[in-house]
Design a protein around this ligand. Sequence first.
Ligand SMILES: [Fe+2]
Length: 225
Amino acid sequence: MSTTLLSPQLQEGSDGASIQQQITSMIDDLIAQLPNPEQLTDEERRRILARYTAVLEGNFIYWMTATYLATHSEEARAILIDNLMEEVRDSHPVMLRKFTMEAHAFPSSEDVLAVHDTMTKMRLFLGKLQGVQSLLTMAFFEGLIQKFMPFLAALAAARGSAEMEYTDVHGVCDIAHSEGLFRAVSLENSINPISADANLFEGVEILRDVFLSVMQSPETELVAA
Ligand SMILES: [Fe+2]
C-alpha cells in the first residue's frame, strides 16, 4: 500500500514551496480517486463514515498535542496552540460525533479494528517526537481533510442526514490551519533541523496509509501514488 516517495530534505537551499507542492499533489491524487458516493452501497457509505470517525474523533487532538510536544520553535508552537485552542474551544469532537450519529454511522468494534494497524503506526511515529516530520504530517492532514469534506458530507446526506456543521466548519477553516502548519515546518527546521538521513515524509506516508485504511474495501480502495 505504501510507496516510498522522493524525500527532499529541508536542508539549506531547499525549496519549501516544492515540498508544499508535493504534499498538495499527494492530496489531490487521493481526492481524485474517491468513488462517486452515489455508486456506493449504503454499507460502504456507513463504513467510511464510521472509520473516519474512529480515526479522528479521539485522536486528532492527541496527534496535534504530540506534534506540539515534539516542536521546539516557539513560533511554530504558537501555530499549534491556535489549532488546539479551536479544536477544544469549539468542541470539534462533539461536532464529529453529532455528524456521525445523525448519519447512523457510529463506529463498531469492527470499524475501529479496521484502522487499528495503521493507527498504531501513527501513534508510534508521533512518539518519536520529530518536530519537522510531525509538523509536515499535520500540514498534510489538514489539507487532505479540507478537500475530503464534500465527499464526507455527500456520504452522510445519502444516509439521510442534514447535520453538516462538522463538514461545513472543516471545509473552510482548515485552509488557514494548513498554511500555518507549512510555515511552522520551516520555522521548526531553522532551530531543530531534520537530520540528513531522515525521511521527511515518514509521517506523511503513515498518515496517508491511515486514510487509505479508512477507504479500503474491494469497491472503494484507493492506491498510493
Ligand atoms: Fe477540527
